[in-house]
Design a protein around this ligand. Structure first.
Ligand code: ADP
Length: 190
C-alpha cells in the first residue's frame, strides 16, 4: 500500500488529483484543509479556535493539525493514502515520518507540483470570480490568497529539500491538463 504526499501552492490542483486517485487508484485522501473545515462548519471548540487563522490564510498551530492527522494515519495505515495539504512545514514533515514509523509504514513519494506563480494567481482569481457566492470558501479572496501563496513559499517549500535528502521527491509539471498531470503521478507511484 502506497503513502504519498502532494506538495504545491494553493490552487495548483492537488485536490483535483487527490479525487482522481480516490476514484481510479483506490486511495483515501487525508486533507487537513477539509478536516479543519469540517470542524469550523460544525462550530466545534477547535473550529472556533482556528477559524480566524484559516480565513486570513495563516497556518493553524502544528499541534492542532498533528493531532487530527496522527489519528487518521493510524485508522488508515493499511490503505493507500494521499496526504493533501499536510505537511505544510518542516516540523509537520518530521512528525508525519515518525507517526508513520510508529505504525510500521513509510512514505513512498513526495510529489511537487511545479507551477508558474503568475499564471497561478490568474487561475485563482478566475476561480474566485466564477464560484457562486454561496459556494465560496471564506478564504477565497485575493488578499488571503496572496498570503496563502506567501506562506507556501516561506513555510512549505523548504520541505522539498527535506524529501530530496531522503531521496523520495519527484517533480511534476502542474501546468499541464488535468489528465496529463494525473498520468505523471501514476507513472511515479506505479
Ligand atoms: P489550499 O486551498 O491552500 O489547498 P487547504 O484547504 O489545504 O488550502 O487549507 C486551508 C487552510 O487550512 C490553510 O490556509 C490553513 O489555515 C489551514 N491548514 C490546512 N492544512 C494545514 C496544515 N497542515 N498546517 C497548518 N494549517 C493548515
Amino acid at each position: 500500500m502506497k503513502k504519498i504526499v502532494l506538495l504545491g501552492p494553493p490552487g495548483c490542483g492537488k485536490g483535483t488529483q487527490s479525487k482522481l486517485l480516490i476514484e481510479k487508484a483506490n486511495f483515501v485522501q487525508l486533507s487537513t484543509g477539509d478536516l479543519l473545515r469540517l470542524e469550523t462548519s460544525n462550530n466545534s471548540d477547535l473550529g472556533r479556535k482556528v477559524k480566524h487563522l484559516m480565513d486570513s490564510g495563516e497556518l493553524v498551530p502544528d499541534d492542532v493539525v498533528i493531532d487530527i492527522i496522527v489519528k487518521k494515519v493510524e485508522e488508515n495505515k493499511n490503505k493507500n493514502i494521499v496526504f493533501d495539504g499536510f505537511p505544510r512545514n518542516l516540523n509537520q514533515a518530521e512528525v508525519l515520518d515518525s507517526s508513520l514509523e510508529n505504525v510500521s509504514v513509510k512514505l513512498d513519494h513526495a510529489i511537487l507540483f511545479e507551477i508558474d506563480f503568475k499564471i497561478l494567481e490568474k487561475r485563482i482569481k478566475n476561480r474566485i470570480i466564477e464560484t457562486k457566492e454561496s459556494e465560496k470558501r471564506k478564504d477565497d479572496n485575493s488578499e488571503t490568497l496572496l498570503n496563502r501563496i506567501a506562506v507556501f513559499k516561506s513555510s512549505t517549500l523548504p520541505i522539498v529539500n527535506y524529501y530530496e535528502d531522503k531521496g523520495i521527491i519527484s517533480k511534476i509539471d502542474g501546468m499541464r491538463k488535468v489528465n496529463e498531470v494525473y498520468d505523471q503521478i501514476t507513472k511515479i507511484i506505479s
